[in-house]
Design a protein around this ligand. Structure first.
Ligand SMILES: *Cc1c(COP(=O)(O)O)cnc(C)c1O
Length: 219
């Protein structure tokens, strides 16, 4: 597919939804992709990327950042508390704040270092036991707790259950964000980013539709 076709589809989805293209950020999810594919997208001028593993990002992004000024990387995958310090030095935003212990660790480090990436709270909109994220019923309290910790919470993130209609989950995420005064909505992937845009996504996370399929069993 490729970047330019995705750009066209994003513009069309924004137009249909009556939204400004500038209000939707495309996060090109480069996890597990060969470096030449990532470099090709950087060469086309794209600068915002997503990775789901701290170690993998630490291995490739320092070099890319040196070669491509302005490159930004967001962490979209789970974060262990003991990797929080490293993550805070590697990413402009963390989309996977999903438990009190992690929020507390980030808060301590932010005080210590005097800076903090933008944060998104992951909500388990499908209430799936195996999936990370705050349950919808706990979301308001957790958002408040994060604010009490002085964390820069910009928005919410969700990964809908694969077998369900994503729109219901996008609508729920948007509702929780609105009632908590949060403007950021990290939702929508290769298969459903147009619907996510219709429901107000501000950050869509698109991987395989830009780069091609990932190597099976990874990422
Ligand atoms: C891998 C991943 C994506 C991108 O998935 P595609 O279907 O390849 O677009 C988006 N969000 C998260 C959290 C991911 O782990």
């Amino acid at each position: 597919m490729g970047l330019s076709e995705i750009e066209n589809r994003i513009s069309a989805a924004c137009k249909k939804a009556g939204r400004d293209r500038a209000d939707v950020q495309l996060i090109a999810v480069s996890k597990v992709q060969p470096n030449d594919r990532v470099a090709a997208v950087l060469d086309q001028g794209h600068r915002l990327f997503g990775e789901n593993r701290v170690q993998e990002a630490a291995g490739k992004w320092p070099d890319f950042r040196a070669s491509y000024p302005g490159a930004q990387v967001h962490l979209i995958g789970p974060l262990q508390s003991n990797k929080a310090r490293q993550a805070m030095g590697l990413f402009e935003a963390i989309h996977s704040v999903d438990r009190p212990k992690l929020a507390q660790a980030i808060s301590r480090l932010a005080q210590e270092e005097g800076r903090c990436p933008d944060l998104f709270i992951q909500i388990n909109t499908g209430e799936e036991p195996q999936k990370a994220g705050i349950m919808p019923a706990q979301a308001d309290d957790f958002i408040k707790d994060c604010r009490d910790l002085d964390l820069p919470v910009r928005g919410l993130m969700c990964i809908p259950p694969v077998e369900e209609t994503p729109s219901l989950h996008f609508a729920l995420l948007a509702k929780i964000a609105a009632r908590n005064g949060l403007s950021g909505l990290s939702m929508g992937m290769s298969g459903d980013f147009e619907q996510a845009i219709a429901f107000g996504a501000t950050h869509i996370r698109v991987g395989s539709a830009i780069f091609g399929e990932r190597v099976p069993g990874q990422g």
